[in-house]
Design a protein around this ligand. Structure first.
Ligand SMILES: Nc1nc2c(ncn2[C@@H]2O[C@H](COP(=O)(O)OP(=O)(O)OP(=O)(O)O)[C@@H](O)[C@H]2O)c(=O)[nH]1
Ligand SMILES: [Mg+2]
Length: 458
């Protein structure tokens, strides 16, 4: 008689050995209530049946309670086995999830057992890559999966969800459809003798390309908010000593992080705190007050302050309302682009002209809300009519920019008969560049690059 764990039951009708069934521990490395192993491929169900020593096929999407056995027939662990059949699974092929205890040791043993039974370890992002290859999702949705997992703020995660729902992809598909249609129109002109194509025809086509493609793509490219939500921004606080820079860092981040004293030169080194403004992840950098000093440590601090300011996305210059000598940002930062200037300690003065400074009293907590609002605006948080179609990655931005350039190049040649071919060629290039966003066309190298950023098990 056959040993139970060698019984061969085929669930999916797969015959023979396909090396292509992948397995991975899908939950993060560490201890937890539940840990999940995921299998995908034609042998997934068969491997799971052997693991369970079960001879009756699984009901799809049904949680089967089972023990899982090793080669000797000893229990490794027990838990839920869920089978997703082909089309109904995340990857678009037979998939099994084993919901085990979240013990790193047991999960490793279970995972190794799935390999013994014929699976191979999944590569980073391979489950999602298969989903793309089986047409379950497009490439921009696959990227949204990573963005969702990596999101540092709830707003970023929600934005990733919208991309995952396909709003961004639908917009790109719309552009591609429009391009197909205008290319067809242009090519139709080739069938007419030159003087029979009415000028009006070109005008209408031009207007259409401008309204349906150029304007909306430019609008999408104008906002950097999407990238900011995921990539975050660095904000440096600079100014003369003792103006309240460290106090501002503490007030904004809501943490008593930096030392605050009335001694000028308290902060020597740069100090960073992470927080968020309107869902934009911010790295706030406090710096040493800028002044000429003989102190070697302080000189180094000043050097660091300058380099922090140079690399920041936004520089906040703080001045002390009681000391006009601290108001001139040109002295130390003449060459830098200071976007936001603050006049602090307004509680100590009466009727000071704050010029282009934002009045603030950290002590009395006045002006902080306005400051946060200004920060968000300067970091690109403007009202967008259509947040769902927001550009969220530099890859998408580059593709949209290239595509726009091709559309515009085609447009400049439109109306000249001998150039018709070139116009159509530029617009076809625009089309395939947009296709790269969705993973359409010959894009193997793009897939490799995108999926290398995934984690194992996703
Ligand atoms: N009255 C008043 N005092 C303030 C205000 N903000 C900060 N201070 C005081 O100003 C002094 C200097 O504050 P810090 O935050 O240490 O100043 P800093 O710019 O970081 O100084 P350095 O690290 O030396 O460059 C402290 O005594 C604070 O309590 C304010 O809005 N009003
Ligand atoms: Mg300080």
């Amino acid at each position: 008689m056959e040993a139970p764990n060698e019984r061969r039951v085929t669930q999916s009708g797969a015959t023979g050995h396909t090396p292509d069934t992948i397995s991975a521990i899908a939950t993060p490395n560490g201890r937890g209530g539940i840990g999940i192993i995921r299998l995908s491929g034609s042998q997934a169900a068969d491997i799971a049946l052997k693991l369970c020593q079960r001879d009756k096929s699984f009901t799809p999407r049904y949680a089967h309670f089972h023990h899982w056995y090793d080669e000797q027939g000893e229990t490794i662990d027990h838990g839920l086995t869920i089978y997703f059949k082909g089309e109904q699974s995340y990857t678009g092929e037979d998939t099994v999830e084993l919901q085990a205890h979240g013990s790193p040791m047991l999960l490793k043993a279970l995972f190794e057992r799935t390999l013994e039974l014929g699976a191979r370890p999944a590569e980073a992002g391979e489950f999602t890559r298969r989903a793309v290859e089986h047409g379950k999702i497009n490439l921009s949705q696959a990227e949204a999966v990573v963005a969702c997992i990596d999101a540092a703020t709830l707003r970023a995660a929600k934005q990733a969800q919208k991309q995952l729902d396909g709003a961004f992809g639908r917009r790109i598909s719309q552009y591609m459809d429009d391009l197909t249609s205008v290319v067809a129109h242009v090519e139709a002109c080739l069938d007419f003798p030159e003087d029979e194509v009415p000028a009006l025809f070109y005008d209408q086509l031009r207007n259409r390309v401008e309204a349906e493609l150029i304007a909306p793509i430019q609008h999408q490219l104008n906002s950097k908010l999407g990238e900011r939500l995921f990539e975050g921004a660095t904000v440096a606080i600079v100014g003369e000593p003792n103006v309240g820079k460290s106090s501002l860092l503490n007030a904004l981040s809501g943490r008593d992080r930096a030392i605050v004293t009335d001694i000028a030169g308290t902060t020597r080194d740069t100090l960073e705190v992470d927080f968020e403004v309107n869902g934009i992840p911010i790295r706030l950098v406090d710096t040493a007050g800028l002044r000429t000093s003989d102190d070697v440590v302080e000189q180094e601090g000043v050097k660091r302050a300058k380099s922090a300011a140079e690399t920041a996305d936004l520089i906040i210059f703080v001045a002390d309302a009681t000391r006009p000598e601290t108001w001139n940002s040109e002295i130390h930062f003449g060459e830098l682009n200071i976007q936001l200037k603050i006049m602090n300690k307004m509680d100590k003065v009466d009727g000071v002209d704050t010029k282009d400074f934002l009045p603030l009293s950290i002590k009395q907590e006045q002006g902080l809300t306005t400051l946060l609002k200004n920060m968000a605006t300067m970091l690109g948080d403007i009202d967008l009519a259509d947040e769902a179609a927001m550009v969220t990655s530099s890859r998408h931005r580059a593709a949209l920019e290239t595509s726009l350039a091709h559309i515009q190049a085609g447009l400049t040649m439109l109306g000249r008969e001998e150039m018709i071919d070139l116009t159509a060629m530029e617009w076809r290039r625009a089309w395939s560049t947009l296709g790269e966003i969705l993973g359409i066309g010959d894009v193997e190298f793009i897939l490799d690059k995108v999926f290398s950023e995934f984690c194992i098990g996703k």
